[in-house]
Design a protein around this ligand. Structure first.
Ligand code: SF4
Length: 222
């Protein structure tokens, strides 16, 4: 068995999207309390080596061909940039003349070695989930020494030099970043970051939907 896993291919904007997880288990530099994958027992921000990569590459190549993928979306169990073979993954996909989208929480986009990798991708998604230092530490539980200020500035500096499409995913969390002051802060970050596209998400909570819809409209008109 290879170390990669896949979602069923789906259509987005008329393109066949292949979503691939390139981590055998969760590796992340954050340990968010709401993480759908669970706790970060491997909370790291250095490159990691994994077994069976040759097998994983062969499998990826054959799945791209078999399903005629038109976009490969690297969306892993954690931070994909931590796989030390991610460049080879991107190169393999590009050799097939298929564009690559990468999801990152965005913190590592401030380190040279990861900037180079992200620059190889056609699209990069970065994220904002908290808007105060206290909440960042409390609910995203990053590696010691990380700060929200550095997080945002890493993404801003990355996007200043990035030639591809930068997508910012903002998650609105009830009672953390849904008040007027937070929304205004998010707006100013969006303005400074200047992404090509903004996606506004919310934590699953039906009662919160109405307020979320209003916030979402405000942010999408940035
Ligand atoms: S950044 Fe994403 S993958 Fe990492 S702990 Fe937070 S929610 Fe989970």
């Amino acid at each position: 068995m290879s170390g990669f896993s896949y979602k069923d291919i789906y259509i987005e904007d008329g393109k066949r999207v292949l979503e691939v997880n390139i981590l055998p288990e969760k590796y992340c530099n954050f340990d968010c309390i709401f993480c759908p994958i669970g706790r970060s027992y491997n909370k790291v921000d250095t490159l990691q080596s994994f077994d069976k990569m040759d097998e994983s590459f062969r499998e990826l190549e054959s799945i791209i061909e078999k399903h005629k993928a038109e976009l490969v979306f690297i969306n892993s169990k954690g931070e994909s940039l931590l796989n030390d073979k991610i460049c080879d993954v991107i190169e393999l996909v590009k050799r097939k003349r298929v564009p690559v989208r990468l999801l990152s929480n965005g913190y590592l986009l401030g380190k040279d070695e990861y900037i180079e990798v992200a620059n190889m991708c056609d699209e990069v998604i970065g994220e904002i989930k908290t808007i105060s230092e206290k909440d960042f530490q409390k609910i995203q539980r990053p590696i010691i020494g990380y700060t929200l200020e550095e997080y945002i500035s890493n993404m801003i500096l990355f996007n200043k030099q990035y030639k591809g499409k930068f997508i910012l995913e903002v998650t609105i969390i009830k009672e953390y970043n849904d008040n007027e002051e937070s929304i205004n802060k998010i707006k100013s970050i969006i303005y400074e970051l200047s992404p090509d596209k903004v996606i506004v998400e919310r934590m699953n909570d039906e009662k919160f939907k109405q307020k979320f819809d209003k916030i979402s409209k405000t942010l999408l008109n940035f």
